[in-house]
Design a protein around this ligand. Structure first.
Ligand code: HEC
Length: 187
């Protein structure tokens, strides 16, 4: 009696295992098909061929050392041109990178800076100073791969004093009340 019971139970286990294996195979295949399909859904690249006419340098001189740092540490996410790594050809990696670029450009785009109204320019410089001083920018996920984008103390100091020089120049040329952004209306 006990033997039969055991026997049945073993049979049931074998049966369950087969179902499980079958399901796993289907799920695995599903994931594989999905991975293949999404390779064809690519976000548009952030590459502008037209010359930037509203780059920050149109308003404020950009010293060579500053430009070099911006190129290696900021422009990939804060300009109209991203230098893409090879793995941008893989999905979903490209979506993830694209999301950073979109968000980054939305926050501050050095290629569009000359278009910002003066209060926004002032505020953005304030944010840049904070981000660089606190080591929040460039993003860790970026410097993790782009080791050369890790800013040395000297580079940080150079960047921050440049941001401050822009603030000074704005303060010298515009009345104080024009530097305050109007409060956003409550939704
Ligand atoms: C890998 C992409 C990437 C790089 C490189 C990068 N940023 Fe950002 N940056 C972002 C993203 C995404 C956001 C918005 C989300 C956030 O604040 O974390 C952002 C936000 C900002 C903000 C707004 C922060 C705030 O106060 O809301 C500033 C200012 C900024 N970045 C400056 C810089 C500067 C300066 C550099 C270079 C030293 C830099 N970023 C490099 C992606 C990047």
């Amino acid at each position: 009696m006990i033997y039969i019971y055991r026997h049945k139970r073993n049979e049931l286990q074998v049966y369950n295992r087969l179902i499980m294996q079958n399901t796993l195979k289907k799920v695995g295949l599903g994931i594989l098909v999905l991975l293949v399909v999404i390779q064809f859904i690519r976000p548009e690249k952030n590459i502008q061929t037209a010359k930037a006419t509203h780059h920050i340098s149109k308003l404020y001189p950009v010293p060579v050392a500053v430009e070099a740092t911006l190129i290696k540490a900021c422009y990939d996410c804060h300009s109209n041109n991203t230098y893409y790594p090879w793995y941008n050809n893989l999905q979903p990696v490209a979506w993830w990178l694209n999301h950073h670029v979109d968000e980054g450009k939305h926050e501050i785009n050095f290629d569009e800076f000359a278009n910002y109204r003066i209060a926004k320019q002032y505020k953005k410089m304030h944010e840049c100073i904070e981000e660089v001083e606190e080591g929040e920018m460039p993003l860790n996920s970026y410097t993790w791969i782009h080791k050369n984008a890790i800013l040395t103390n000297e580079e940080k100091t150079t960047l921050v004093s440049w941001f401050k020089s822009i603030q000074d120049s704005i303060k010298a040329n515009y009345p104080a009340d024009s530097l305050v952004l109007p409060k956003k209306k409550k939704a």
